[in-house]
Design a protein around this ligand. Structure first.
Ligand SMILES: [Zn+2]
Length: 135
């Protein structure tokens, strides 16, 4: 039986689908995939300036696991920078804190308050939205 991978809690997904380098010479190579939990680990440690103990608790993982996710995230971003690769964000092993949606028309990512019944994109009012959890 395959070992069930533990889900990592992510407060909010990245608000972008990816990054592309500009001004680089040569052909576009394949993108580096950055998981939501890797994005979250980097954000908590290097943007929110949390220590690893706080950050690992917030994500529901051990400190060792957090350190591993964080290290992977840094290496991926360093590789993307040095090798002029695009970064694409992918779901990974994350469980989102709240229901997040993505607009199929303008690519906006947002949450919908529970009391709201008409589910449309808050940016462009398009009704074609998709839950990020199902991806
Ligand atoms: Zn939209």
């Amino acid at each position: 039986m395959p070992r069930r991978r533990r889900m990592r809690k992510v407060v909010a997904p990245p608000l972008f689908k990816g990054y592309k380098p500009f001004g680089s010479r040569g052909k576009q190579t394949d993108a580096i995939e950055l998981n939501y939990e890797e994005y979250e680990a980097l954000k908590l440690a290097d943007y929110d300036l949390m220590n690893h103990a706080e950050a690992s608790e917030l994500m529901g993982v051990s400190r060792a696991t957090f350190a591993r996710i964080y290290e992977t995230a840094r290496r991926k971003i360093a590789k993307a920078f040095v090798e002029c690769k695009s970064i694409k964000t992918v779901y990974g092993n994350a469980t989102l804190d709240g229901s997040w949606f993505e607009c199929k028309s303008c690519d906006a990512r947002f949450t919908i308050p529970e009391q709201q019944t008409d589910n449309v994109c808050p940016m462009c009012s398009n009704p074609k939205i998709e839950s990020l959890e199902t991806k």
